[in-house]
Ligand binder design. Structure first.
Ligand code: X2X
Length: 342
C-alpha cells in the first residue's frame, strides 16, 4: 500500500514537474529572420507576428526581429540551413530564397505558371500547399502559414521592354535559385545572382541594368531614385512567404503557447496578403497610378507579347518540372485550372 502511494506521489510529482521543466527551457529572446524591414509588407508581417505572440503569451515568448537577413550576413540563400541548424529560431521567408535547398519550392518560380492571385491561393491554400508544408517538415522546420511578397515585375534603367528581344544582352540582378539564371538566359539577357544587400549598390552604380521584384518592393525602396525608370508588368513568377519555426524551439514551448504562435502566424499572414495585394488590382490600381504619376514608364503586355515570353521560357519550365517533381507540378496545374477566375 505504502509502495503504491509512493509511486502515485512520484507520478504526480512528475506530472507537475514536467511542464515546469519545459517552461524553464523558454529563452529570454528568440531570433526572427526576415529579408526586408518594416517599410515593406513583408517586414510588417514579421513585426506583426512578433507583436501578436508577445502580447498573447504575456511576454513568455519574446521575439526579436532581424531584418536584412543579418543573421546570415545578408546572404538570404543561407537562411534556410540556418533555421535548420537553430542559428535562426523563426523566420518569415520567401520561397525564392529557400528554393536552393528545398527544390520543390521552385514551383512558384516556374515562368508564367501563375496567371493571377487566385492561382497563388489555389496552390498555397490547397493540396499543393499541404504537400509543400509536409516537404518542409521533412526538411526540419515547422511551417505555420503562407504569406506573400508578391508577383515579380521587371524594371530597368534603359528602355521599355515589351518582348524578349528587348532584353537581349541586358544585365539583370536575380536571386535565389538557378531557375532564374535559366529564365534570363532563355530570354538572352545576362542574369547576375546577388543578394538584396548587394543589389542596392549594383543598381546605384549601374553594375546591372535592371532587376525584378514586386511593385511594393520597387516603391518602398524607391527604385526610381536609382534610375529604374522602366517597368514591365509581366507577372512572370510570384514569391509566397512562409512563416516557420525551428523544431527544437517549437518543442520547448507548451502546447497552448504553440497554438498561440500558430494562430498569430496565420493572422499576420492574412493581414500580410491583404496588404501585399492592395492597390494592384482592378478596382484599386493605386500603386500603378502612383508609379505613373512619379514618372515611371509602365509597359503592360498585350496577350501576344505575353505569349512571346511564355514561349521563350517554355524550355525552362519543362526542365524545371522534372527538378521540382512532375507529380507536384501536375497537381499545381490542375489546381490552377480548377480555380475560380477573379
Ligand atoms: O532579394 C529580393 O529580391 C527579395 C527581397 O525580393 C527576396 O528576398 C526574394
Amino acid at each position: 500500500m505504502l509502495l503504491h502511494l509512493t509511486r502515485l506521489l512520484l507520478v504526480c510529482a512528475a506530472v507537475l514537474v514536467i511542464p515546469q521543466a519545459a517552461a524553464q527551457s523558454y529563452r529570454s529572446e528568440y531570433r526572427l529572420s526576415c529579408v526586408l524591414g518594416s517599410g515593406f509588407p513583408w517586414g510588417q508581417a514579421a513585426e506583426r507576428w512578433a507583436e501578436l505572440v508577445r502580447e498573447q503569451t504575456q511576454g513568455r515568448i519574446n521575439i526579436r526581429l532581424y531584418t536584412g537577413a543579418s543573421l546570415v550576413g545578408g546572404d538570404q540563400t543561407r537562411e534556410f540551413p540556418s533555421i535548420q541548424q537553430g542559428v535562426i529560431d523563426l523566420a518569415v521567408g520567401s520561397t525564392i530564397n529557400w528554393s536552393p535547398q528545398v527544390k520543390e519550392l521552385n514551383l512558384f518560380s516556374l515562368p508564367f505558371l501563375l496567371p493571377d492571385h487566385k492561382a497563388i491561393d489555389a496552390l498555397t491554400q490547397g493540396a499543393v500547399g499541404r504537400e509543400l508544408f509536409a516537404v518542409l517538415e521533412k526538411n526540419g522546420v515547422i511551417p505555420l502559414a503562407w504569406g506573400e511578397n508578391g508577383f515579380r515585375e521587371l524594371s530597368n534603367s534603359r528602355k521599355p521592354i515589351a518582348l524578349p528581344a528587348d532584353m537581349k544582352g541586358m544585365k539583370f540582378r536575380v536571386v535565389g535559385s538557378p531557375v532564374f539564371v535559366d529564365i534570363f538566359n532563355a530570354l538572352k539577357a545576362r542574369p547576375m545572382l546577388m543578394s538584396w544587400v548587394d543589389a542596392q549598390p549594383a543598381l546605384v552604380e549601374g553594375v546591372v541594368d535592371g532587376q525584378e521584384n514586386p511593385l511594393s518592393v520597387y516603391l518602398a525602396s524607391n527604385m526610381l531614385r536609382v534610375g529604374q525608370r522602366y517597368l514591365t508588368a509581366w507577372r512572370y513568377v510570384a514569391d509566397p512567404l512562409i512563416f516557420v519555426v525551428n523544431p527544437q524551439v517549437w518543442a520547448g514551448w507548451s502546447v497552448s503557447d504553440r497554438q498561440i504562435v500558430r494562430q498569430a502566424a496565420q493572422q499576420a499572414a492574412r493581414e500580410n496578403i491583404e496588404r501585399a495585394r492592395r492597390g494592384l488590382m482592378g478596382h484599386d490600381a493605386s500603386q500603378w497610378r502612383q508609379l505613373e504619376a512619379a514618372g515611371v514608364s509602365v509597359t503592360h503586355l498585350t496577350a501576344a507579347q505575353r505569349a512571346a515570353f511564355v514561349q521563350a521560357t517554355r524550355p525552362v519550365y519543362d526542365k524545371w518540372r522534372k527538378t521540382i517533381g512532375a507529380e507536384l507540378v501536375g497537381l499545381a496545374e490542375q489546381a490552377i485550372a480548377a480555380r475560380k477566375e477573379p
